[in-house]
Design a protein around this ligand. Structure first.
Ligand code: ADP
Ligand code: MN
Length: 310
């Protein structure tokens, strides 16, 4: 059983709604408000558990799903319900959130010392048929006027540690869409929406500007391998994911890279890594030390469903 303990605001978030939480003790658990559709998608993904090679099923690329949390209770997927004191959690949230549930997931950044995080929303179609005509039209307009429409993806947000970053001149005009706080640049959704074919490459380049060419080359190779695996997995999965994201994370604390060389890199930075939350204290330190140097995950399944492909 996972002891969630008390939840505190998430330290790092690239994009999305506010109010995301992490467990205070080891911060290995991440919780966010969501809808039933996302919970159903996680449950169904989890149930597909064959012996395929790692990286070939969707759940390999999703954060580990631990359960849900509603005000006062936390339900495990097994339907076992554990009463938790979560009143503090919903304090400050509007009353309307009372009926909503938190989804409890693996915290994808918890082993990182200085995580650089990039959220890329996939696809040009940003809405399913469940929204009002007004919202549908608004989202169609967002797609038309951004790289969602022209490139099939859009930067939703990113958070970059300031390793003496040099800004490309092409992005300087967007200075009102990012802030520098506590040595982190935070780029909001208007940054991503302002990009077009003339500067999208510079924006992505900025995220991958590790500050060391050798590390950067290794990292880009790794992410490319992961993208190819995810691509193949998505082709093989009977799913329809609207408005889902790729969440890129890598270690921007260069001291964590100092012992990396050509021989040990692949072992130190596995293609797929799942760091189980651990209530066995003895393993906690070890986990912290042994986190990957980077990770790539699919997230945001609020508008995703299993559906036969034609
Ligand atoms: P929303 O519906 O608000 O867009 P997302 O699932 O896209 O929800 O999450 C919003 C943000 O929260 C992401 O951009 C990412 O930075 C962060 N996030 C989401 N899931 C996790 C996770 N499991 N671990 C750590 N951070 C996460
Ligand atoms: Mn999102």
């Amino acid at each position: 059983m996972i002891d969630l303990g008390s939840l505190v605001p998430s330290k790092h978030q690239a994009a999305g709604h506010d109010g995301c939480l992490i467990s205070e003790d080891s911060s290995s658990v991440f919780a966010k408000l969501t809808n039933q559709q996302e919970i159903d998608f996680y449950l169904e993904s989890q149930s597909i558990n064959d012996d395929s090679p790692i990286g070939s099923v969707l759940s390999d690329w999703m954060p580990i799903f631990y359960g849900t949390l509603t005000q006062g209770t936390r339900e495990k997927p097994s339907n076992e319900t554990i009463v938790m004191k979560t009143d503090e959690v919903v304090e400050g949230e509007s009353r309307n959130d009372d009926d909503k549930q938190y989804i409890v997931l693996q915290n994808l950044y918890y082993t990182f010392s200085k995580p650089n995080i990039l959220d890329i929303k996939l696809g040009s179609k940003l809405t399913d048929n469940t929204v009002t005509p007004e919202k549908e039209e608004r989202l169609r307009q967002v797609s038309r006027s951004t790289t969602s429409g022209s490139h099939g993806f859009r930067i939703c947000g990113m958070k970059i540690y300031d390793n003496n970053i040099k800004f490309p001149s092409k992005l300087e005009s967007l200075s009102d869409t990012f802030t520098l706080t506590d040595s982190y640049y935070q780029f909001d959704k208007f940054f991503g929406r302002s990009l077009n074919e003339s500067n999208i490459v510079e924006a992505i380049d900025l995220y991958f500007n590790v500050g060391n060419l050798s590390y950067q080359r290794k990292l880009l190779t790794r992410f490319l391998q992961r993208l190819q695996l995810i691509y193949n997995t998505l082709i093989d999965s009977e799913v329809r994911i609207i408005s889902g994201s790729l969440l890129f994370i890598y270690e921007a604390d260069l001291s964590k890279w100092s012992h990396v060389n050509d021989v040990n890199y692949e072992e130190l930075d596995p293609l797929v890594s799942k760091n189980e939350a651990n209530d066995d204290d003895s393993d906690d330190d070890e986990n912290d030390e042994n986190g990957p140097l980077s990770s790539l995950n699919l997230i945001d399944f609020a508008h995703a469903k299993y559906e036969l492909k034609i």
